[in-house]
Design a protein around this ligand. Structure first.
Ligand SMILES: Nc1ncnc2c1ncn2[C@@H]1O[C@H](COP(=O)(O)OP(=O)(O)OP(=O)(O)O)[C@@H](O)[C@H]1O
Ligand SMILES: [Mg+2]
Length: 532
């Protein structure tokens, strides 16, 4: 599918500034299409051969289209585009002529030249033509609304030919502009309402204004209605600016718990300010939802904060109990539980500080890893290193993964480098290295590398690959890698195959030691409702 820019660059000699202007038109012309009850086609003259190329198209939301099929990319020459040629060459709006038939749809053709003003504000050259084509099959005697729309459309069409429509954009306007169907008010040069569409009338009623708008001074009305006087003055100034021929940014007016978005546009065909067009939309519901979302966000964070506090309390209770029991085995078990609970608390702590249900995992895992080295019962300091990054993980993955890694890291430290090892040269008592120094190479035995655990993580094709590798003494010879292990590895397997839907493998490392590898999918294949 070719874009406006591609088509124009490929087939015409339009300059970048011209193409930018065509983009602005295509960004704002739904308004003209809706007011005209007509399809708009943007035609650019093709280099040399008198043909025109359609580079953009918009259908009216207020009337049936004249074109059921897409016109963009169509190149036409000869009599069919004679009216475009007139508008292009003579620089005037062309509207004579008899209806044309598209299959069984009768259509009226009009052609509006598109001018780009020079930087000094002079009327520049005609760079393109807007075809305005009305499906006549449903045409009937126009209503008051339709007449008002059509008059305003003609003013805007003239402004396209003058190069004063569309007005410059205001940066940072994110909400979509109000449309014709949302509510339209037309003002005369004095700022009095000459027409208000039924939807506009209803929008003002929500703000607390129940009478008819026609004849009202709209700037004064906005000032009166707004609950906040500053906002009222601002809204009034916007209207006054449009009446002077400027295009003010969109404004919101709050009154009586309702919110209305307004967009004021100057009307100045042939350079004469004759009034303004004000589009309004009731956005009360949108704003209410915004506010609700912000509150929900804060509530979720508060819940994570409380869960973290509760987990820390549980950890403290277990720690207290561990200190009281005399049986060493029971004490070790309780201390392990303290660490398990504390590692989950870390995830909730992180979630309570972020605004979404996802966490930057590296920070969490680094804290868990350094806690694991602290509990090492070895004399030698076990080095801990992370390679690669986990990136941002969804909360539910993070909670399970932190438990799994906690167990694997503890195992690597505890079992990879046990306090007194059968493989070491002898009792190490006084020869134990000071913390921070690498293990000494015993003179008579080959140099042993410093105890180290490496945690590596990388993402590949929506999968998270993690490994925990130690250069310790390796798995026991009779170890059953599939099923073996105590509570620690049972937790690991249950979480990896259950919550995480991944795989885990435990094997002897390539250069001694033990290697645990973990693969976890990061996209959920089945869309699931989140519990709670
Ligand atoms: N990195 C490792 N190096 C050497 N042996 C390991 C390693 N990881 C696990 N093992 C062996 O696997 C066994 C089971 O580990 P598991 O974590 O299930 O239980 P545990 O660590 O003994 O006790 P806990 O339930 O408190 O974790 C360990 O006792 C140990 O023998
Ligand atoms: Mg263990």
């Amino acid at each position: 599918m070719s874009t406006l820019r591609n088509l124009a660059e490929e087939h015409t000699r339009l300059r970048p500034a011209d193409i930018d202007h065509l983009h602005r038109i295509a960004g704002d012309w739904q308004l003209l299409s809706d007011l005209s009850f007509a399809d708009l086609l943007l035609w650019v003259p093709v280099d040399g051969d008198g043909a025109f190329l359609c580079v953009a198209q918009v259908r009216p939301t207020t009337a049936p289209t004249a074109y059921l099929d897409d016109q963009v990319g169509r190149m036409v020459g000869g009599p069919e585009v004679a009216h475009l040629e007139v508008a292009h060459r003579q620089g005037r709006i062309w509207r004579e002529g008899d209806p044309v038939w598209y299959g069984d749809v009768p259509a009226r053709h009009e052609a509006i030249p598109v001018r780009l003003r020079t930087i000094d504000g002079e009327a520049g050259e005609v760079i393109a033509v807007v075809g305005r084509d009305t499906n006549l099959s449903t045409a009937r005697t126009p209503s008051q609304l339709e007449l008002n729309y059509l008059t305003t459309a003609d003013d805007l069409a003239q402004m396209i030919a003058d190069g004063t429509f569309p007005p410059p954009r205001h940066p940072g306007e994110t909400t979509s502009a109000p449309r014709v169907g949302d509510g339209l008010v037309r003002l005369d040069a004095g700022g009095k309402v000459t027409y208000a569409s039924p939807n506009a009338q209803s929008a003002y009623r929500r703000l607390g204004y129940a009478s008819h708008l026609v004849g009202e001074d709209l700037a004064a009305l906005h000032r009166r209605l707004a609950s906040d006087p500053l906002e009222g003055t601002d809204a009034a100034n916007g209207i006054l600016a449009a009446l002077r021929g400027e295009a003010p940014p969109r404004r919101e007016i709050d009154a009586r718990g309702a919110t209305m978005l307004t967009r004021a546009l100057p009307l100045m065909p042939a350079g004469v300010p004759i009034g303004a067009l004000v589009l309004v939309r009731d956005i009360t519901e949108v704003r209410r939802r915004d506010r609700a979302l912000i509150t929900k966000d804060a509530t979720i964070r508060e819940i994570h904060h409380r869960v973290k506090n509760n987990l820390q309390t549980v950890a403290a209770l277990l720690r207290l109990q561990a200190r009281r029991v005399s049986m060493p085995e029971a004490r070790v078990a309780l201390e392990e539980s303290v660490r398990r609970v504390a590692s989950i608390a870390l995830v909730h702590e992180t979630l309570s500080m972020s605004s979404d249900e996802a966490v930057e995992f590296d920070g969490i895992v680094d804290r868990v890893a350094s806690a694991a080295t602290e509990v090492a019962a070895t004399e030698a300091t076990v080095g801990m290193r992370r390679e690669g990054s986990f990136g941002v993980l969804p909360a539910e993955v993070a909670t399970s993964l932190v438990m799994v890694l906690n167990e694997l890291l503890l195992n690597a430290v505890e079992h990879g480098f046990p306090p007194e090892t059968e493989t070491s040269a002898g009792p190490t008592g006084p020869a134990a290295p000071a913390p921070g120094t690498p293990a000494p190479a015993a003179a008579e035995s080959p140099a042993r590398p410093a105890p180290e655990v490496v945690l590596s993580a990388h993402r590949f094709r929506k999968m998270l690959h993690v490994s925990v590798t130690d250069n310790g003494r390796g798995l026991p010879p009779d170890f059953d890698a599939e099923r073996g292990g105590n509570l620690g590895l049972q937790i690991v397997r249950a979480l990896v195959t259950g919550e995480l839907r991944g795989t885990i493998e435990l094997r002897d490392g390539a250069k001694g030691g033990t290697e645990a590898t973990l693969v976890v999918p990061l996209v959920r294949n089945a869309p699931e409702g989140r519990p709670g």
